[in-house]
Write a new protein. Structure first.
Length: 353
């Protein structure tokens, strides 16, 4: 689309002026994304006047206990909308680059695609590639910014819209929006909030680009960067010697994957939810030095059980949901009713005798 016709006020004469209104452009947008986190942005984009010229997502992968082939959430959403979907094994080959050029993309939006895009790909769209990142950059650069913000007990995090470069989340920041991390947030709930926040913010950025034809950005202060490396299952073992606040943050941060876990004898128990437990909720004896971290010190009918944390300064968590090995997730009260644990048992890599 070109510029709108000039609007004139009054008859042309000395001192008359002309107002020209620039109409927003309809951009050709190429979308890169894979998990559910990326779906709200794609859906918002499809509701605009911009033209989605293609969707790129990861190949189908086996998932679940049956290892059946699973489709990425973005693929499902795009297919339902009738949008062409590409699932290249690699974005570095000449075939993919040629296809990408053929789309005539003005800009690419990248949301949790799952692979690093090389310089050749970043340079194809006229306005480059814009990324939605789940942190307030330069904090928490890497694969798991939402998880690490919770695990580390942050009170706030946010969304950054970044002009991508060849580094790992090192590009200049175009827009940013903070959100609070609530006491009961886990990776799923906070991720949901950030996915919609990111979608809203990206649409604002696209509107600005469509109207003005350019975007301003601010380089990151690399000296203030922190890392958010990929999460592994081994990281999720609960350390009961830590204060209760850190234990709760770990339980929330590792949910829904890989789920924080501990041992009860030779049985693995996943702890999927917990909350703060005041010292006056448990017997005074629970604070004595001979009570080890990981010990169950009280049970609460219909709610769960209290576990001691910390070495020198005792604190307590109230476990409210668990998942025993090879069983579904359940409430901690159901676990208690089934004889799963009782007062005096100790979680962790120590003897329960």
């Amino acid at each position: 689309m070109g510029h709108a016709p000039a609007l004139r006020r009054g008859a042309p004469s000395c001192g008359a002026f002309v107002i020209t209104i620039r109409a927003p452009l309809s951009l050709n947008v190429l979308f890169f994304g894979t998990p559910a986190f990326a779906v709200p942005t794609l859906q918002r984009l499809l509701a605009t006047s911009h033209r989605v010229v293609g969707v790129v997502t990861q190949p189908d992968k086996p998932a679940g206990r049956g290892r059946k082939m699973g489709e990425p959430a973005v693929k499902v959403a795009a297919r339902d909308a009738g949008i062409e979907v590409h699932q290249p094994a690699s974005v570095r080959g000449p075939e993919f680059l040629e296809w990408m050029k053929s789309t005539g993309a003005d800009v690419a939006i990248v949301v949790a695609y799952g692979k690093i895009l090389p310089k050749a790909v970043l340079e194809v769209p006229k306005h480059g590639c814009l990324n939605i990142h789940g942190s307030v950059l330069p904090a928490y650069r890497g694969a798991a910014p939402i998880q690490w913000a919770i695990i580390n007990g942050e009170e706030k995090t946010g969304i950054s819209i970044m002009q991508m470069d060849v580094g790992m989340d090192t590009g200049a920041v175009i827009a940013m929006r903070e959100v609070d991390i609530l006491d009961d947030d886990d990776t799923r709930s906070l991720g949901d909030m950030l996915s919609y926040t990111g979608a809203d913010l990206m649409m604002e950025v696209l509107e600005k680009l469509a109207v003005e034809g350019r975007l301003e950005s601010t380089p990151q202060d690399h000296s203030k960067a922190t890392k958010a490396p990929m999460i592994s299952r081994e990281m999720a073992e609960i350390n009961w010697t830590q204060p209760s606040g850190k234990v709760i943050c770990a339980i929330h941060g590792f949910y829904p994957w890989p789920k924080a876990f501990t041992l009860l004898g030779d049985r693995e128990i996943k702890i999927t939810n917990a909350e703060a437990c005041a010292p006056d909720w448990v017997p005074e004896a629970a604070s004595e030095v001979q009570i080890p971290p990981g010990a169950v010190v009280e049970v609460f009918k219909g709610r769960g059980f209290a576990v001691r944390c910390g070495k020198l300064k005792p604190s307590f968590v109230l476990v409210t949901r668990v998942q025993p090995a090879d069983r579904p997730e359940m409430s901690a009260s159901d676990f208690l009713n089934g004889g799963g644990v009782d007062i005096g048992k100790v979680f962790g890599r120590i003897s329960n005798e």
